[in-house]
Structures are given as C-alpha cells and as structure tokens.
Design a protein. Structure first.
Length: 105
C-alpha cells in the first residue's frame, strides 16, 4: 500500500511540476511578441522540458542526500543505543556489587 501511495504522490508531483514548467514557459515567451505561433510553441516545449529535467535532477540530489543523512542518523542512533545499554549494564553491575556484600552480612 505504501508503494502505491508513493506512486500516486510521484505522479501528482510530476503533474504539478509540468504545469509549473508550462506556466513558466508561457511567462518567458509572453514578451517575445516577434515569435511566430510555431516558434513560440517550440520555445515553450523546450523550456518546459528543461524545467522538468532540472526538477528531476534536483529531486535525485535530494534523494541521495536524504539517504546519506538517514545512514548518518541511523549510525548515530546505534552508537547512542550501545552507550545507553553499556551505561545501564554498568549501573546494574555496580548496584549488584553494592547489594551482594550488604545482603551477605
């Protein structure tokens, strides 16, 4: 189910980015009144394609960075967990070391 939701989210993100690219392309070509309709359509098509390629590249860099951060945080968490366990065991050993002689009397 999670994969399905991720796919839907990806499609929605892609559709929104395409729309942003189209809008940006129209804004870009608006002042270029000397373009023919065919030229304007070609410039808008290329602009939109470049916009989408840049967005994909940005998403890929973000995903790579997120993976690195996840690995770093998981490593730090494992280290903290190890230290906490070692501290807890040391505390138990110390408490046992104090209690055993007291109970032996």
């Amino acid at each position: 189910m999670s994969g399905f939701l991720n796919d839907i989210e990806g499609h929605l993100l892609l559709a929104a980015t395409r729309e942003e690219g189209r809008t940006a392309a129209e804004r870009f070509t608006a002042p270029l009144d000397w373009l023919t309709d065919a030229q304007r359509a070609e410039v808008e098509r290329r602009f939109e394609a470049e916009y989408l390629a840049l967005a994909r590249s940005s998403w890929q860099r973000t995903a790579v960075r997120a993976g690195r951060l996840r690995d770093e945080y998981e490593s730090a968490y494992r280290g903290l967990r190890r230290r906490l366990l070692a501290g807890w065991l040391l505390g138990c050993a110390m408490a046992l070391g104090v209690l055993v002689p007291c109970l032996a009397r």
